[in-house]
Design a protein around this ligand. Structure first.
Ligand code: FMN
Length: 481
C-alpha cells in the first residue's frame, strides 16, 4: 500500500488504535520527547500532538515504534512479506523458457514500478510557500536537557552526486541555529558527506532539499544502508509498489516527493567554515560531543496546508529508531546473503544500538569460516562499523539471546576463538581512542573442526526425541498442565 500523505497514515494508525491525539498544549522543549520516550518504553501508541507550544503545526511522534506500525509504514502487515520479495528478486535467474519468462513478469513489473517519476500540476507539498521562510514556526523539539538546542530529528535529506547527478536520500539530524540556518550532521562514511567533500573539491555548493513527512516509507528509505550510487527512492517505490511522484523545487535544482508535508530548500556551501554542532542525546544512549559540521542555509520553505511535522526522539534503547533498524536487519539480510556465503540469519540486538553487536548464524562448510565472515562484514557498507560480531551455527536461534548466551559460551575456548581487529567504527562511538576508527572483536562460537586444530569429539546438544516430545505434550494436556 502506498500512502498519499502522512495524514492518511496517521488516520490508519488511529483507526487501528495505534495512535492517540493529544489536544492539550505540550512543550517541544523536553516535554514531548520525554513523553514519547516513556511511551515507547511501555509499548504505547504513536502521538499526534495537536497543540504544540509556539507552533500551529501538529507533531507526530512514535509512528514507527512497534512491529505493526513499522510494517504498515512500509505498506505491508508483516515485514516478512518485503523480505520474501527481496529474497526472490535477488535469487532471480535468467529465464530458461517461455513459462519462466511469464513467471518473471510480476517481479519485473514491481521493479519497473520502483523508479520515481516526475509529475506536473500543483504538488501538495507546495500548496503553501512560507514567506519569509522561518524554521521557528515549526514545532522543532529539544530532546534532552544537555542538547545544544532544538534538532530536526526525522529529516529526509536529498542531495545529488556532484559528478554523476545520482540522487541520495539520507536521514541526518539538523540542529536549529536560526530562522534560515541549521547544522547538517553528515557523518564520516555517509553519502551526504561524500557529496559535500566532492563539491568542495570542485569548488561548488551543494543543493539540499529536506523533506519532512509524506508517505512514511520515505523516512525509512532515507535510513536504509543502500550502497552509494543507488537512489533510495527506488527502494521506496519498490516497497510501496508505486513510483514516488516528484516535483521540481522552487529555488534549487532538485526534485522532491510531491506527497511531502514540508520541503526545506537550500544549500550547503563547502567554502564556508563548519560550525560546532551538538551536544545531542544520541541513539547510543549517551550525548555526542560538540564537533564541527557543515551549515545548511534555507532558501525556501513550502508545505501542505494541513501539514504534519514528523519527529522522533533517540536515546537509551529501546527508542523508536530500534524498529527502523530492525526493518533494515530483515530487509537487507537477503542482500547480505548474496555477498557473504553461508550466512543464515542475523540479529542486531536493540541494546547493541545497531553497530555494537551483530549475532550471525552460518551454515559452516569450511574451516575458519567464522573469521572469514567477520572480515567480510567489517568491509561491507555500514556493517563495517560492527564492533562485536558473534558467529554461531545455523541451528542456534540468533533472536533468542538466552539460547545465544548458552550456545556461544559453551562453544568457545576464549584463547582460541576470540580475536581482535582494527577498523571502521561508528563516529558516534565514544569508547574508541580515535574518531571513526578502533578495535573490533570477533567471537567464533561455531562447532570446531579437526582442520581448526580441534581433535577431540565435539559433543551434541541434548534434545528430546520428536515423538517423545509429542507424547509429553499429550501427557501435559491430560494432567491439566
Ligand atoms: C532517527 C535517525 C537519525 C539519524 N541521524 C543521523 C545523523 O544525524 N547523521 C548521520 O550521518 N546518520 C544518521 N542516521 C543514520 C543514517 O540515516 C543512515 O546511516 C543512512 O543509511 C545514511 O544514508 P547514506 O548511506 O545515504 O548516507 C540516522 C538514522 C536514524 C534512524
Amino acid at each position: 500500500m502506498a500512502y498519499r500523505s502522512l495524514r492518511e497514515f496517521t488516520d490508519r494508525l488511529q483507526a487501528a488504535g495505534e495512535l492517540v491525539r493529544v489536544a492539550r498544549e505540550l512543550d517541544p522543549h523536553l516535554e514531548i520527547a520525554a513523553l514519547a520516550a516513556a511511551l515507547v518504553r511501555r509499548g504505547g501508541p504513536a502521538l499526534l500532538c495537536e497543540n504544540v507550544r509556539g507552533s500551529r503545526f501538529p507533531l507526530l511522534i512514535g509512528a514507527y515504534a512497534g512491529a505493526r506500525r513499522m510494517a504498515w509504514a512500509l505498506g505491508v502487515d508483516d515485514l516478512a512479506e518485503h523480505a520474501r520479495a527481496i529474497e526472490e528478486l535477488v535469487r532471480t535467474q535468467p529465464p530458461a523458457g517461455m513459462m519462466d519468462k511469464l513467471r518473471m513478469l510480476p517481479k519485473l513489473a514491481r521493479v519497473a514500478q520502483a523508479a520515481p517519476k516526475r509529475v506536473g500540476g500543483r504538488a501538495p507539498c507546495q500548496e503553501v510557500v512560507m514567506e519569509p521562510p522561518d524554521l521557528g514556526l515549526l514545532p522543532i523539539m529539544t530532546c534532552w536537557p544537555r542538547d545544544g538546542g532544538p534538532f530536526v530529528t526525522m529529516p529526509v535529506v536529498i542531495t545529488k552526486d556532484p559528478d554523476t547527478g545520482v540522487r541520495n536520500l539520507g536521514m541526518y539530524r539538523m540542529q536549529l541555529y536560526g530562522p534560515r540556518e541549521t547544522g547538517m550532521h553528515w557523518q564520516l562514511y555517509k553519502t551526504g558527506r561524500r557529496h559535500y567533500q566532492r563539491a568542495r573539491e570542485l569548488g561548488r555548493r551543494v543543493d539540499v532539499a529536506v523533506v519532512l513527512g509524506g508517505d512514511p516509507v520515505l523516512a525509512y528509505a532515507a535510513t536504509a544502508p543502500l550502497p552509494d550510487g543507488v537512489d533510495e527512492l527506488l527502494l521506496a517505490g519498490f516497497l510501496r509498489r508505486k513510483p514516488v511522484e516528484l516535483v521540481p523545487c522552487k529555488t534549487i535544482d532538485l526534485e522532491v516527493p510531491a506527497c511531502a508535508d514540508f520541503v526545506l530548500e537550500g544549500y550547503v556551501d563547502p567554502a564556508e567554515p563548519m560550525r560546532p554542532e551538538g551536544p545531542f542525546g544520541d541513539h547510543t544512549g549517551y550525548y555526542t560531543p560538540v564537533v564541527p559540521y557543515p551549515v545548511f542555509h534555507v532558501t525556501a520553505i513550502t508545505h501542505r496546508r494541513d501539514a504534519i511535522y514528523p519527529s522522533t526522539v533517540v536515546g537509551p534503547p529501546p527508542m523508536e529508531d530500534a524498529w527502523l533498524g530492525k526493518a533494515t536487519e530483515r530487509l537487507f539480510l537477503p542482500l547480505l546473503k548474496t555477498t557473504v556465503p553461508g550466512l543464515v540469519d542475523m540479529n542486531l540486538p536493540i541494546e547493541g544500538v545497531f553497530h555494537n553487536l551483530a549475532i550471525v548464524s552460518i551454515r559452516k562448510s569450511e574451516p575458519h569460516q567464522a573469521r572469514k565472515l567477520c572480515y567480510a562484514l567489517w568491509g561491507l557498507g555500514q556493517m563495517a562499523t560492527a564492533k562485536c560480531v558473534v558467529v554461531v551455527d545455523e541451528d542456534v536461534n540468533v533472536h533468542d539471546l538466552r539460547e545465544v548466551t548458552w550456545r556461544a559460551l559453551t562453544s568457545i575456548d576464549p584463547k582460541r576463538d576470540v580475536f581482535f581487529a582494527d577498523g571502521t567504527i561508528d563516529e558516534l562511538d565514544h569508547a574508541s581512542c580515535g574518531l571513526g576508527f578502533g578495535g573490533k572483536i570477533g567471537i567464533d562460537a561455531t562447532r570446531k573442526l579437526p582442520e581448526e586444530g580441534y581433535t577431540r569429539e565435539w559433543m551434541e546438544v541434548c534434545r528430546t526425541e520428536p515423538q517423545v516430545a509429542r507424547r509429553v505434550e499429550g501427557v501435559l494436556k491430560e494432567i491439566g498442565l
